[in-house]
Design a protein around this ligand. Sequence first.
Ligand SMILES: Cc1ncc(COP(=O)(O)O)c(C=O)c1O
Length: 328
Amino acid sequence: MLEHGGRLQQAAQRYGIPRDRWLDLSTGINPVGWQGTAASPASWNRLPEEEDGLLEAAQAYYGAANALPVSGSQAAIQALPRLRARSRVGVPVLGYNEHAHRWRQAGHDVAPLATAEFAGALGGLDVLVVSNPNNPTGERCAPSQLLEWHTHLSSRGGWLVVDEAFIDTTPENSVARFAGGEGLIVLRSLGKFFGLAGARVGFVLSSPAIAQMLQEWLGPWTIAGPSRLVARAALEDQAWQESNRQRLRREGMRLVESLTHHGLKPTGGCDLFQWVVTPNAQAIHEALAEQGILTRYFGEPGPSLRFGLPATQADWQRLDSALREVAG
Ligand SMILES: Cc1ncc(COP(=O)(O)O)c(C=O)c1O
């Protein structure tokens, strides 16, 4: 199992600080996520039914004809490599590490690539996985560029997989509406922008043929009934989406300013997290953790830290004064 952020219980034990005293900035999850519908008793009691309006809500939100619900985009990241014969697969050299891990695990030949190497490597690949924006570097690829790569790959029976887990605040950069074409697979998550990571809901936007193969592989009832209810309501709540896009853009800028102010100018990032490459990353991570602030530390390829967004004014102040002490 690979390492991920959000392991608060583990941090509480390791640093001897009770769980409820932590400020968890170790993920890119919106800390003030969508909250609205409480699951009905029937949604616990009955098997989930496909005709509950979730698909229509997803199709409208993503602007895509085929939206297959999955138990978090993680479920698709694990299943997609099982749907292809041995392939040459390009993945981001520094990115959400489950992609490389799952393609390797399924027996494919995996080439870790820097973003600048994607175009040059394309001729030797069957599949290219791009995260847009990338986690943790925040690197972005223009939709026109992605569509060009898709044309190139699909003409040879290849796939372009675009992981758009962090794209919801900038929907204009999404290629979701093109995902009906053969060989373009877009992964979306309700865990980040909507802050519904615990509901475990994501979508695969693809051609009907790929959706069918994936559905066959995953089997029935991939999402719990209560999660389906909540996901549908969140996807339909346009007022919440618009105000949170704006709020998160502001909060993202505030995080950049705060880190820069303390000498930790982000190397990259997006509205939901910022990434700082610094030789002192481990020491800063430890010192913040001693104060009950959890960040995500990366040792490879060089030391770096990822900061998620604080939720409240008090949390912002806490981060600010801790950074003053630790980094200043
Ligand atoms: C880039 C990226 N894609 C996908 C995922 C998986 O998210 P989920 O399974 O909650 O949709 C993550 C989780 O951190 C991620 O960072």
